[in-house]
Design a protein around this ligand. Sequence first.
Ligand code: PMP
Length: 429
Amino acid sequence: GSTDARLNRLIEQRRHLVGPTAMLFYDEPLQLVKGEGVWLYDSAGKRYLDAYNNVPVLGHCHPRVMDAVTAQMSQLNIHTRYLDDALHRYAQQLLSTLPLKQGRLVMTCTGSEANDLALRLARLHTGQQGVIVSAAAYHGNTQAVTDVSPSSLKRGQVPAYVACIDLEPLNTEGIDASAYLDQQVEAAIAQLQRDGYGCAAFLVDSIFSSDGVYADPPGMLKAAAARVQRAGGLLIADEVQPGFGRTGSNLWGFDRHQLSPDIVTFGKPMGNGYPVAALAADETLLAELAEVSGYFNTFGGSSVAVAAAQAVLDTLDEEALQANALSTGNRLKQGLQGLAEHYEPLSHVRGAGLFIGVDIVSSEDPTRPDSVLCSRIVNGLRQRGVLIGAAGRYGNVLKIRPPLCFNHDHAQHLLDALEQVMAQDLIRR
Ligand code: PMP
């Protein structure tokens, strides 16, 4: 009808104006016009349950953040070359949650910038170049972090100074995850040393978002991380995905695995949609950079960015969203496990808090990832008004990662929709 014609026109315009590097979700792309809490509304007035977006950690258009941002925006918005006690208050509060000895906070605008700076610090400190990442990692979009983001490289060609560790074996029944990861990291360090790059850092998103969500058991990264640190490399905890309470049991993903990172990077949920990100590291690491170069980021840590970030920290606490992530996440995981018993393609339900992954495998051969079916499920849910995504090296993992105000009713809504997709839509085609 005319709606289709209008959408097709938008898609065509986008092709001409935005170009081929831009990606679009869903076979039938969405034009969203409004967000509120866990709900998104399209241009036809249809409502969607958002079970995918982690940036609006408190929920879409949370009034606390809107108020803080508009109030600050109408009073003063300036960069960090002036004294700002709001920044100091925020830094003190955030740093008090981290295990750094003399922690310092550097504000950036994006997670990419924070990780880019983290790699600079690690290479400067160690004098080495090599970096260890997971096999389908994503750490951002600058040149330096694209090189350590195998999931961005369509031909899979990471540079020789990058060593990757495979995570899919973690789904093997009875595997000793800790020993497996430790042995993978040992091999990675040996490879980097043999090739003359040495090991500057292990850069790790401890929920393994783009790899397809590998959360358990807690503590599984401890031995591997300690091995890197013993070898002189730095541990960089990329908290862009697991941070700010998402995993339910801990504020930070690295804490869930009992790690002692040298550098921690933050992003996405930090401002509930206002662009604010950061890096935390000890004074000593930053002093080494200060010897050779300062660091200034025009918009990083601006007055408005700090106001947004402060509102997020306060609201997470006041609304007890980490506890909700744990309780709703457990409920959702149970429900998904129940569905997996009935529907063969749903396999290896896993995750922590409100970050859940489900493998989609072929009904004929459960060892075979089925990315086509995964895409049909994601699109089927979209038709039924529930938004999730797909992840993993083969694109066959349902990625469920809603705002942290997602409650038990929302979880049930998702489960009902998924059951309908599995029981009705897929068979009818
Ligand atoms: N690290 C991880 C784990 C991410 O998922 C992302 C973004 N998807 C980034 C870093 C980069 O953050 P940004 O897009 O804000 O640069």
